[in-house]
Design a protein around this ligand. Sequence first.
Ligand code: AMP
Length: 389
Amino acid sequence: MRENHSLNRFVPSLLTLPKGSSLGILGSGQLGQMMGRAAQKLGYRVCIYDSVSQGPATHIADEVMVHSFDDQEALNHFASKVDLITIEFEHIPLRALEILAALKPVHPSPRVIEICQNRRLEKEFLHSHGIPLAPFEVITTAQELERALHHLNAPCLLKTATEGYDGKGQIALHPDDDPFLAWDTLKANRAVLEKKIFFLAEASLIMARSSSGDIVSFPWQENVHLQGILHTSATSPPFLGEKKARALGEKILEALEVIGLMTMEFFVLPDGTLLLNELAPRPHNSGHHTLESSLTSQFEQTIRAIAGLSFGSTELKSEAVMVNLLGDLWRDGDPPWEVLLNHPQVHLHLYGKKEAKPGRKMGHFTILGKDRENLLLTAEQLFKQLQPR
Ligand code: AMP
């Protein structure tokens, strides 16, 4: 019988990552910062690799490497320094992931990341596994866009296949809009045209899967986006569907054989139907509240999953509302933080980013309490008091 010469053949199978080992994280954003802290808490060293310097994760790392993701020599060197590799954002060139995966375990696997970094692959994968999605068509030319707009015949969103996040790389279109102008404006080779969904709410579910196939789920949360960027996440959504979301999630994690965390973002329709909007193979902004609200945070659960440790409890200790703090708040200098610091149930997180730009995620706060509706109200009042005058 012929042997299967897969890239992973030379990688020893991972049981439990011994304490003192080095975790390599690709990317240096706030997710890497919070994951890195969780890894250090569990006794690991953290080495960050990114193509840009001074990201939030570099402030807490034991070691930092700043090199292009095309630099094979630097990638080899990084792999020689670490025992296990993960990502904090999914837009890492696939070639870099393959080089690293030939040398050290990479979780989630390059295949999972490849699918999740490309809307077209992601939607085709989900569709082929029977996961309900908004009606969509793959677009590669203005002519195809013209046909698809005509075919869907409804308000739509044109989204780039790669590199789009936080509402970037998206154009809202109506059936009678000029497809040629829209295609020129998008500046992409490949895109997805998706029917605009008139949803009741948005929700996200974060699940983790271990190398032995065990799956755990955090309770889901309701998310509100403003201009395509997450504004708030609140625990205990007032609508049904969590069980259905978990069943869909399990199907996805098993089909992808994920090792690590997977976040699923859903549109919840007025009749209770769930449509999956997007996958993220990592901790997610909507799960930041778990740092304070949950017995185990989403960041620690990621490290537990990829390092072969047992899972922590995902039980909520408290209801919570998380609010993102975007660079817009810094227009007239630092916001008046005492508004948040003086509140006994508020936890403020600032990521230490040098420059505050409109739309850039600079930090977040989480407010804890018993009553979800009160929390939402108080969170908005506090947020208002942070606005530049
Ligand atoms: P995305 O980057 O695709 O997750 O989009 C960011 C946000 O834009 C979503 O969370 C929704 O609030 C909104 N959005 C994206 N796609 C659609 C859609 N097909 N219909 C309605 N709203 C959408």
